[in-house]
Design a binder for this molecule. Structure first.
Ligand SMILES: Nc1nc2c(c(=O)[nH]1)N=C([C@H](O)[C@H](O)COP(=O)(O)OP(=O)(O)OP(=O)(O)O)CN2
Ligand SMILES: [Zn+2]
Length: 155
């Protein structure tokens, strides 16, 4: 049997800093992030119900887009991703100052690397898509055009 997956691509702009990084990335800086989300149907077949708008699909690309935008992209776009357990006191001061001025801050419990984001986004999306009979096979997160991390759901 052939298993078919579909992939949708997203971008957003976001600031972060990598505490204790030996290079420039310890400074607050930003990226236009890119993400690819690959999904398949748990039941391993396409939607077959005749007349269904999603017949012949894994899931409508538009449906996939709306859920990922709602859960990941819109909250992160133009935000500062703040690691609340950062060992760098400057990170806490920056987050506090931004919040005080009503700016967009998204708090995470992990160091905001591409690897951690890919893993976290895969977990968030897996919970969300569970109810749609959809399995998130992989999430890829690009920080620059040449650097990306891949999180894969183990079978
Ligand atoms: N394994 C990881 N290494 C680094 C990460 C990361 O998330 N995972 N993040 C950074 C920085 O945040 C930033 O992304 C810099 O990455 P880098 O590829 O080094 O950036 P460049 O501007 O040099 O990218 P080019 O595309 O090579 O110009 C650092 N490392
Ligand atoms: Zn960076």
């Amino acid at each position: 049997m052939v298993n078919v997956s579909i992939t949708k691509e997203f971008t957003w702009d976001m600031a972060h800093m990598l505490a204790c990084h030996e290079g420039l990335c310890k400074n607050i800086h930003g990226h236009t992030y890119k993400m690819q989300v690959e999904v398949t149907r748990k039941s391993k077949d396409l939607i077959t119900s005749p007349g269904n708008s999603e017949e012949g699909m894994v899931i409508d690309f538009n449906h996939l887009k709306n859920i990922v935008k709602d859960k990941i992209i819109d909250p992160l776009d133009h935000a500062f991703m703040y690691w609340c357990q950062s060992p760098d006191s400057l990170e806490h001061e920056i987050a506090e100052l931004l919040r005080k001025h009503g700016r967009k801050v998204v708090t995470v419990t992990y160091k905001p690397t591409a690897e951690e984001m890919a893993r976290n986004f895969l977990e968030i999306l897996s919970h969300e898509f569970d109810k749609h009979d959809i399995l998130i096979r992989s999430v890829k997160v690009w920080e620059t055009p040449t650097s990306f991390a891949t999180a894969v759901r183990e079978e």
